[in-house]
Design a protein around this ligand. Sequence first.
Ligand SMILES: Cc1cc2nc3c(=O)[nH]c(=O)nc-3n(C[C@H](O)[C@H](O)[C@H](O)COP(=O)(O)OP(=O)(O)OC[C@H]3O[C@@H](n4cnc5c(N)ncnc54)[C@H](O)[C@@H]3O)c2cc1C
Length: 363
Amino acid sequence: MRKAIVIGGGIGGLAAAAALVQRGWQVEVLERAPEFTEVGAGISVWPNALRALDVLGLGDPVRERAVLSGQAGIKDSDGRWLSRMDTAEVESRFGSVVMLHRAELLDVLRAAVPPEALRSGVEVHQARPDGVVLHSDGESRADLVVGADDIRSAVRTSAWSSSPAPRYAGYTAWRMITEPIEIGDSGESWGRGERFGYAALPDGRVYCFAVANAPEAGPRTGLAELRRRFASWHAPIPSLLDATREESVLHHDLYEMPPLRSYVKGRIALVGDAAHAMTPNLGQGACQALEDAVVLAETAPDLASYDQKRRPRTQRIAALSRRMGMVAQWSSAPAVALRNTALRLAPKSAAFRSLEPVLNWRG
Ligand SMILES: Cc1cc2nc3c(=O)[nH]c(=O)nc-3n(C[C@H](O)[C@H](O)[C@H](O)COP(=O)(O)OP(=O)(O)OC[C@H]3O[C@@H](n4cnc5c(N)ncnc54)[C@H](O)[C@@H]3O)c2cc1C
């Protein structure tokens, strides 16, 4: 039986493991954390990723948890709609959009991998194109090595001699989950160089995120900074901040990977953020990792074919996400006024057209 070692037990790694097991591979997942778990934040799973999950037989268990409903879109900081979409219309064109807790998505993926394949507390130091992996428990060898170990991938840095360093996006992000609270709609609100977004989770809590232009590696901040920036924004943002506990606030700078020339080397294939970490403006990072996983299992061991199918698409989406982030983070008053007017006037069909190539993926 062919053997694969998957390095990293996040969304991309577990999905790759599940997809490879489904195709008859013997799989071992090496995860450096003591447990297979995810940060306390929400995640949007778009129709393209749900189709990838369908291939694994996991689309419905995810849809059952939390299909997004009602109005969604972009507002200004006073709460006026700049661009509005009815989620029912998105669903009828592309399929459902799901918003759920990351840990729940990870649970669904983990349940699709045999427990004996999961090894936590094992940190990988080096992966070689001949299939040898050096880690904190010794050495392993496989026909296929999957690098799913995040933007600072040890697999990529050890096997790709000229791998570029991750690039700071120019803005920093906070994520948090509130106590249960009623909200009417979901989406994000754009100000000048700052944004705030929210969406209800199935249990009545609300996943929120905030983004602000900032120098790299500034001080880590929490609720006081979020209140300073957003307490005067439209409802329900002040109430969402009031319903947030300090310890639930996560604050990280945002990075992306400059485009790699190849996602494969010898027996190694990169998936997810190790290959193409992107800014979160389109909510597609994990969705692309799910697509990667399915295509990798379909094509392996023909890794050239995997690279050919995945690199152009993921790099295009990363570039689109970067461009959207640049516009969303504009801070000069005239530019913001112009942007907001353009968004207000743009026909709904334009937004659907721009989403189509991303959301209509069918493998
Ligand atoms: C603010 C923010 C919001 C986002 N929102 C969305 C969204 O709504 N929708 C969406 O699709 N995407 C979103 N993303 C992107 C998404 O989080 C990532 O693209 C996704 O988590 C990547 O999955 P991954 O499996 O590649 O990496 P990760 O989830 O980072 O998992 C990597 C795993 O590898 C392990 N690991 C690392 N190094 C080693 C090592 N040396 N040895 C062993 N194990 C190792 C780590 O412990 C970790 O468990 C967002 C990102 C951010 C920052």
